[in-house]
Design a protein around this ligand. Sequence first.
Ligand SMILES: [Zn+2]
Length: 274
Amino acid sequence: MGEEEGSQSLNISGFCALHDAHVHLAFMNDRIQVAKDAAEKGSMLFSNTVVPSEFEPHAAEMQPYSNVFVGLGMHPWWIEADDSLRHDILSCYLDLIPKARYLGEIGLDFGLKHEHTRDAQVEFLTGICRQAAAEGGKVISIHAVRSAATVLDILEETGCISTCTCIFHWFSDTGSSLNRAIRAGCMFSVGRYMLASKRGLSYAAQIPLAQMLLETDDPEGEGVTWGYSAIAKALVSAVFSIAQAREKHPQGNQPTAPKELSALLSNNMHRVFL
Ligand SMILES: [Zn+2]
């Protein structure tokens, strides 16, 4: 389905370009075309990698596209339980940090499936954040499942929270961790997966607009053909869901109309990434 076709029921006239603050272009077979099409629409994409060995080749192929920012990633799902292998990967990651302004996807996942590498994940994230904090100025996309309080502890202890821009992607943890992250000045990238739950919608109504970005977190698996129109459609639909959620729970005098929201969220992307 084409972008225009898919957005038919949504009135998007006057919308500015929407940007994706968390996407996995390296999982897409057609990533070069996606980057080109996004550039044509004035759309910026933060492409997250999941292991550090992906970073340099992906950054090289995206080099001609100034609208694409490639993140140096070490996704908690890919963290090795084996000590020596993990230490090799961590040292490879740390060597690459000076070359990367954008880090992601990194974080912690204490869900049942990944709980067994909990200590290894904490060790990895702490190591990354310590160096990122020392260098400063990084933009970081963070995965936090049942672990936001520990992530916030690490960001604070290492100083990362004050020297870097920390973005929680798809925030799904407790309300108290959400408030703590808001007070700490973190950003939040919000997309349709988060907006599919009642809790996610309620969070989308609470997060101050100045701290919000849009995301797709697509695609779910590797080796798929995606198309920029699918990204654009998901971003538009996220704006409408956020607008609807905020209309029900207005925050002071912050706008709730989709068009004004899209302009504000677009400005946030410019402010954080450029
Ligand atoms: Zn992701």
